[in-house]
Design a binder for this molecule. Structure first.
Ligand code: TXA
Ligand code: MG
Length: 315
């Protein structure tokens, strides 16, 4: 398949209107979009990414009024979170309308909806003139792409178009919250923190039970965020037996020599740079990536979630 690279949102949206699949930037990570109502196009997303069919997709909208095209019976908590955080890096899971095809939601009776806060995403999504389903634009199991070059690395020749934009602002995927009952349940941590959610709805909780969680958020069952290199989590000042083929990313300078080192000035920067660092480590043939652990506050909780999924804790 020929993949067109463009920085014109209107040109990229043209492919969606014709039933194609298009990668586009958002404030979190790049997404791979298709018209939600075109079943054939939605199926092509799963093929291009080699994504398991039981993992539902998030629906992206450009205007709040589009919520009602895909969702029904919104709870009070869903409405409050939408009012507060749309547009932004939050996905709310609500009851779906019957018109939304089952392939998009992996057969679930619910849909995840989000309205990105990014100018290019807005220009693209409004030109599509339909809600757009989009998972992250990586091959399944690879780190989510934070640059259009990372999308090209995974999906060139497999999708119709890449809309080129900036490096993404947050670098981690959106926070996913189940709002089908009055007390929201955090299914995936992300750029909107638990603290921020709890400020709006004090009853918001993290469901710790793995089994019930994987039933509600099928994505959590699947292998995620794995670079080819082994990822090892280390505390600050922990002694590392580094070598020529090791890399390090964290907030503080490590002892030892590494093939690749990234010291991030803040947790926000660390989160933004992590996935690209994983990819760069793979490109350079690094075999072990040491990642400094951070506090579970703010975006630190989401960063620790991605680090833990990618790696192993020593001891
Ligand atoms: O920031 C993001 O969310 C990016 C950008 C492109 O918007 N998208 C993204 O999509 O990360 P994806 O497909 O890689 O992750 C979607 C997550 C999965 O864990 C999936 O299981 C969950 O959201 N999800 C989607 N629809 C759901 C639903 N109806 N119920 C429960 N979980 C759902
Ligand atoms: Mg993904």
């Amino acid at each position: 398949m020929k993949t067109v690279l463009t920085d014109a949102a209107e040109e990229a949206a043209g492919f969606i209107r014709l039933g194609g699949i298009v990668a586009f930037p958002t404030e979190t990570v790049y997404g791979l979009g298709a018209d939600v109502f075109n079943e054939h196009a939605v199926t092509k997303i799963f093929e291009a990414k080699r994504r398991p069919a039981d993992n539902p997709l998030i629906i992206h909208i450009s205007e709040i009024s589009q919520v009602n095209i895909v969702a029904d019976d919104l709870t009070e908590s869903a409405n409050r979170l939408i009012e507060t955080f749309f547009p932004g890096p939050l996905t709310v899971v609500v009851r779906k309308r019957p018109e939304v095809p089952a392939v998009a939601t992996a057969g679930l009776e619910t849909v995840g909806i989000r309205m990105p806060k990014n100018e290019t995403a807005y220009a693209f999504l409004s030109a599509c003139e339909t809600p757009v389903v989009a998972p992250s634009a990586n091959l399944s199991g690879r780190p989510s792409p934070t640059t259009w070059q990372a999308v090209r690395e995974d999906l060139y020749g497999r999708i119709d178009c890449i809309l080129k934009g900036e490096t993404t602002e947050f670098g981690l995927e959106s926070t996913v919250v189940d709002c089908t009952s009055d007390f929201p349940i955090l299914l995936r941590t992300g750029a909107i923190s638990l603290e921020e959610l709890s400020r709006i709805i004090p009853g918001t909780r993290i469901d710790a039970s793995e089994t019930s969680l994987s039933k509600r958020s099928p994505g959590l069952r699947h292998q995620h965020y794995k670079p080819a290199a082994k990822v090892i989590l280390v505390g600050r000042d922990e002694i590392i037996s580094a070598g020529e083929s090791s890399a390090y990313i964290g907030l503080h300078k490590p002892a030892g020599t590494f093939a690749l080192v990234k010291i991030s000035p803040s947790v926000e920067n660390y989160a933004r740079e992590l996935f690209e660092f994983f990819r760069e480590s793979d490109r350079q043939g690094v075999t072990t990536i040491y990642c400094e652990t951070v506090d579970f506050t703010g975006i630190g909780r989401a960063l620790m979630d991605r680090l833990t999924r990618a790696g192993t804790m020593p001891g």
